[in-house]
Design a protein around this ligand. Structure first.
Ligand code: ZN
Length: 467
């Protein structure tokens, strides 16, 4: 992926709109229902190509496949990992431990009773339990993703291309462990599975975009944890993720963090300031962070104190999924400029809070938000680079004014010095007795064939240098 050459580049977090037709086939495959496999393959190939072109048309510089071949950013792993079984959940058993809105639910119980908490589960009574060794079994689906995306990129010009994959900590959210001796062994087993996918994406020439909502949103899952306890919890998950990324250069990796992205209060989300250092300890070259909604927009100021890793880029969400309102490009530009002023304009890209395709009211809202992001990035580019050019002009003009002032001050002194040098030269010339006038006379009196005495020439204005 390119860095900002002379403008703010534009990307997004992942999931993009898909047709109802494709959605039905994808979910039929995920649920083990009968479906037309040949029709699904053909449709995926066609739609991935179309979604890449649509991104480019909307001004996205760094594109992906829209995650079209996946049910959603987290559930797809259920089709790609083996070693667990579905169980019927007893009432209340799974709910309090695994809801990513558990802290909010304590204050807004009635609201969550109406709308459901966190991500709504299509099969809320089913519980997934790891009861044997976990293995990666998604090679065929992964190969299809890689081939479709490669074909879609033929003949198009983009600044970067990425594919999304999930993190061990997020997979742990919906998978209980009865096989491994402890949570650490369990997490590392998930990491070894996902490492297959990470390495394959990078080996295919794409950037890897790891979706890591668990890093902020697990805080909601454990209402009794203190911040110190939670930091230890998060550090273990980051160590596991870094273990899975160990063979991949960090510049090939983008880490995406959001606070679960469910439509709800988010009153008790953990503040960014408590986990920013842990986020930036992930071995990544770019960090995509939710930053444009009422619960988290104010956290731009965290970057007054927190430095992003050397050589890294920050991708704040500048449009989001929390509203169907289209963000005005001027607002997008303001958001980008705030970050650019803190971390450097070369180190900021425009991004989305999360994958917005399935989370806004209509696909056209998603595309309109992308266009607004493109236009806002242009405005920010214009302001940031123009400001830079203006500052350079100011510096040049100041230097010119300074040189001019010194010359003005130095001119009389130089003139005096020249006069003194000429007078001294005349005094040492035996044929001269009185300065310039005497010198003129001496030329007339000089015997033929004798050399003219050396006199310093008057200095031109351009030769005057400060004393
Ligand atoms: Zn997200």
């Amino acid at each position: 992926m390119k860095r900002n050459p002379d403008r703010i580049l534009v990307t997004h977090a992942g999931a993009l709109p898909r047709s109802e037709e494709l959605r039905d086939l994808i979910f039929a495959r995920a649920d083990g229902k009968p479906y037309d496999a040949a029709a699904l393959s053909a449709m995926l190939r066609r739609d991935v190509a179309a979604v890449v072109k649509k991104q480019i048309a909307c001004g996205i510089d760094v594109v992906n496949d829209g995650e079209l071949g996946k049910t959603n950013f987290t559930n797809y792993v259920r089709e790609r990992v083996s070693g667990f079984e579905h169980r019927e959940r007893t009432p209340g058993e799974y709910r309090t431990q695994h809801s990513i809105s558990a802290r909010d639910e304590m204050e807004f119980a009635e609201y969550f009773k109406q709308v459901g908490g966190g991500f709504r589960n299509r099969s809320p009574r089913l519980h997934l339990v790891c009861n044997q060794e976990l293995r990666y079994v998604g090679q065929a689906a992964l190969d299809e993703d890689l081939a479709n995306f490669r074909a879609a990129l033929e003949g198009v010009d983009v600044a970067g291309a990425f594919l999304n994959a999930n993190t061990p900590g997020t997979i742990e959210h919906w998978l209980s462990n009865e096989h491994y001796p402890d949570e650490e062994a369990f997490l590392y087993a998930i990491a070894e599975c996902m490492r297959v996918e990470y390495n394959a994406i990078v080996a295919a020439g794409f950037d890897l975009h790891v979706d890591n909502p668990d890093l902020p949103d697990a805080w909601q899952m454990y209402p009794d944890m203190t911040v110190a306890e939670y930091r230890d919890y998060a550090k273990l998950r980051v160590a596991v993720l870094n273990h899975a990324l160990r063979d991949i250069p960090r510049e090939k990796v983008t880490l995406h963090c959001c606070w679960g992205s469910f439509h709800g209060p988010h009153k008790f989300d953990i503040p960014l300031e408590h986990i920013a250092d842990i986020i930036f300890s992930v071995k990544a070259g770019r960090y995509s962070i939710e930053a444009s909604n009422p619960a988290h927009e104010h956290e731009w100021s965290v970057f007054k104190d927190v430095k992003i890793p050397d050589g890294a880029m920050l991708i704040p969400g500048v449009v989001g999924h929390c509203t169907n309102f289209i963000e005005n490009p001027r607002l997008v530009a303001e958001r980008l400029e705030r970050y650019a002023n803190l971390v450097g304009k070369e180190n900021v890209m425009a991004g989305t809070d999360c994958g917005i395709g399935p989370r806004v009211g209509h696909e056209n809202i998603c595309w309109a938000k992308f266009e607004s992001m493109r236009d806002g990035a242009k405005l920010a580019t214009s302001a940031l680079w123009r400001r830079n050019a203006h500052a350079e002009r100011e510096r040049t003009a100041h230097a010119h004014r300074s040189r001019h002032a010194v010359r003005r001050l130095a001119a009389p002194l130089l003139a005096t010095r020249c006069a003194l040098e000429r007078a001294a030269a005349v005094r040492t010339d035996p044929n001269q007795t009185h300065g310039r006038r005497s010198g003129a006379l001496s030329r007339r009196r000089r015997p033929a064939g004798t050399a003219r005495p050396h006199l310093p020439a008057p200095r031109r204005r351009s030769q005057l240098r400060p004393l």
